[in-house]
Write a protein that binds this ligand. Sequence first.
Ligand SMILES: Cc1ncc(COP(=O)(O)O)c(C=O)c1O
Length: 396
Amino acid sequence: MPATTTAPRRSSSTASTLAINGGTPVSASPVPFMSTGLTEQDIQAAIVVLRSGMLRAAKKCEELETRIAQISGSNHAMTCANGTCALQLAYEPLFKPGDDVLVPAWSYIATVSMVVARGGNPIFVDADPETMQIDVADAARRLTRNTTAIAATHLYGCPVDIDGVQLLAGKHGLKVIYDAAQSHLATYNGKGIGAFGDAVTYSFYATKNLATGEGGMVTCNDDSLARQIKLLRSHGETEKYTHEQVGYNYRMNDIAGAIGCSRLDRLEAQTQKRRDAAAKYDRIIGGIDGLSAPKTTAGATPVYHLYVARFDPSRFTCTRDEFVKALGAEGVPTAVHYPRSLTHQPAFSRLIKDHPPVADSLSKRVFALPMHHNLTDEHFRIVGEAISKVASAYRA
Ligand SMILES: Cc1ncc(COP(=O)(O)O)c(C=O)c1O
């Protein structure tokens, strides 16, 4: 089917024609929301490790480290147990308990909860309403005399305004940690995102673009920081049973390492398919008054871990939640990342001074469409027709 057919068809549906109200759905079989299937190649790679008996972090973790360091443009890459551990490993050497740390109000909780676990005081920064990434101008306004670091998430697979963050950090002597859990292979100004900041963290959780089940990584460019992270990762051990400092066991294992290496072979091609899917969604969403496509940060090349559209409640007679429920009934599953901004998380209630307004409003507006490398022209047709049908039925 030619790409032009993915533009939404005009429809004049009413609420009574919606599947949610008993009408015929656009598709009886839902579009798969994600596709994380292992291939035979991945299974064989894991079996080779199992047969070797070498289950701990070994050659396969090292191979993954070498390859991701090279792809991401960083000098060092350290695998670890998961993306949350990666944040802890990066934060511990880069700021002290009691320091103020600028953090996004709009992100997954781990970016901030690990600041709190380190004893830092999170200073919640608002999001840019178009890119949904951390708003660097708001970060500058919220700086305190005690601010020593900024933790910024490359959210949904799109890099933040790295030039802006680095400029702010350079001016005020801040350490910079980028949370790239959702952004493997993303680039900024033509360079891998591992080239920027003091440390970059990644997750290989089961649903991530590069998934090993559980797993994570820290990349950095400074030799001494890399050494500290390696020590922290493995009980501060410098030689067998000699521990230079207190640390953790945050190591990955070679089964996960082998799966990661095997999947990495396909990641670039899969990422391109995500970008192609995003371009088709941009056309669908762009044709509907009251829906907005995600805007990419200038200079960034995103990898679309998620494709997150925004819903303008003033243009419809329903809420975002009613809209996505109706889409689901038509055969288009969606998800909300996230239903609360971080300042509304009960876990942070004692730390909150205000609720940054853009992050608050995003929690009522965003919804993610199915995004993966196995979407077909038929899937795009279903998404286009369903969105057009639901938007028309709920038009204000
Ligand atoms: C932005 C972000 N940071 C950190 C994490 C934590 O990674 P993990 O689940 O591997 O601990 C995630 C996982 O969803 C994430 O999306």
